[in-house]
Design a binder for this molecule. Structure first.
Ligand code: PMP
Length: 389
């Protein structure tokens, strides 16, 4: 019997994640070296876990306040003050969410009226478009290229804006490209957004993973943009806490109150134990994050060098933990490349088209895995590419 007919058409129309499909395939092959995973290979530092354990021993195992533990919101506020120089009030401008993922979903659900357009610069993280569509919005993909360093330009943004544009998604440091924007570059985008009254949904979950001595910049810190920005972040990447599911969203109280209503009635609160772990990490985790960033940077430099030796051209990633080389010269589609690489060399990468049409011709290689794995994977990629010549 066709039970699909019971599904809401918008849900039935959403395509399953290419990444998931690809990893189901990889799981069937023994001995695969994976550069596919978009999460830290580090475990959550024990000192943070111990804070969670202590909270459990003290019987703090019930619901937390709906917007999150006040101490955690205070710690997030202090942290953002230090990172961005912006003051978010813990009482009415911060909600703790179930990972950055919930923050993305709840933000679009709170903002989007049917037919509202959301500009998504691509290649982009896979959740934005489905969340916009499920909220009743229209995705306006805006392709960016390696030549422009995968950075959205003010001129491009200007051409994509229509009277129906509600928001633009910004994700710097970016998944899958590793692109990073300077404050000056963001200020130039802000000028366009403010002229058209368009909001920025800024996913800054990789803010801490930034290299070459650069400092993280935020559109929220651009003149006039503070109230026009919904800032999404979390501790999944910076504190190696993906499994704890702790993120947060910060916005003007009027906007945040809408996001909060959705959070309150759909999730109640994020995991209480997870919040205690995140609190410890935000208060005392800087040295741990610095150690992880140093290790990611070592791997980044290695993979950049190896991919160049192999002859896959690339715009050097400046942040996050992904390399995004072009495979166009091989003549294969990104799907064919990754499928054959998996079958012939047992190396898993993610086809670039998983991140939008403009990702075609690229592959995403995560370096959130050991240097040894990266070296083995690069050797496999090298043999494979050499055979194609
Ligand atoms: N945004 C981006 C750009 C991401 O890459 C991810 C995780 N892959 C998320 C948000 C979601 O993070 P979380 O695990 O905290 O839900």
């Amino acid at each position: 019997m066709d039970m699909q007919k019971y599904l809401k058409p918008q849900v039935a129309a959403i395509q399953p994640s290419v990444i998931r499909k690809f990893f189901d395939l990889a799981a069937q092959i023994e001995g695969v070296v994976s550069l596919g995973i978009g999460e830290p290979d580090f475990s959550t530092p024990l000192a943070f876990c111990e804070a969670g354990w202590r909270s459990m021993q003290e019987g703090k195992t019930g619901y937390s306040p709906n917007p999150g533990l006040l101490e955690l919101r205070q710690a997030i506020s202090a942290y953002l003050q230090q990172l961005l120089g912006l003051t978010y009030c813990p009482e009415n401008q911060i909600v703790v969410t179930v990972g950055g993922s919930e923050a993305i979903d709840a933000t679009f659900r709170a903002l989007i009226c049917p037919g509202d357009e959301v500009i998504i610069p691509e290649p982009a993280f896979v959740s934005y478009a489905p969340c916009v569509e499920l909220a009743g919005g229209v995705v306006v993909p805006l392709p960016t290229s390696a030549e422009q360093g995968f950075k959205l330009t003010p001129a491009q943004l200007e051409t994509a804006i229509t009277p129906k544009t509600k928001a633009v998604v910004l994700n710097y440091p970016g998944n899958p490209t590793g692109a990073v924007m300077s404050q000056e570059e963001l200020n130039a985008l802000a000028e366009v957004l403010l002229r058209h009254n368009v909001l920025a949904v800024s996913d800054e979950i990789y803010a801490e993973l930034i290299y070459n001595g650069q400092r993280h910049a935020s559109i929220a810190a651009a003149p006039g943009m503070r109230d026009m920005t919904i800032l999404i972040s979390g501790v999944s990447k910076s504190l190696a806490m993906t499994g704890w599911r702790i993120g947060y969203v910060c916005a003007h109280p009027d906007i945040l109150s809408g996001i909060y209503k959705i959070h309150q009635f759909s999730l109640s609160c994020a995991s209480t134990t997870g919040q205690y772990v995140a609190l410890e990490g935000l208060r005392h985790g800087q040295a741990e994050t610095a150690k992880m960033v140093a290790e990611y940077d070592r791997r980044r430099q290695f993979i950049v060098r190896r991919l160049a030796e192999i002859g896959l051209p690339m715009c050097e990633p400046q942040g996050a933990f992904y390399a995004f080389p072009s495979i166009a010269e091989t003549g294969l589609s990104s799907n064919e490349f990754c499928e054959r690489l998996l079958r012939e060399e047992k190396v898993a990468c993610v086809p670039g088209n998983a991140f939008g049409v403009s990702g075609e011709g690229y592959i995403r290689c995560s370096y959130a895995t050991s240097l040894e794995n990266i070296a083995r994977a690069c050797d496999g990629i090298e043999r494979f590419v050499n055979r194609l010549k």
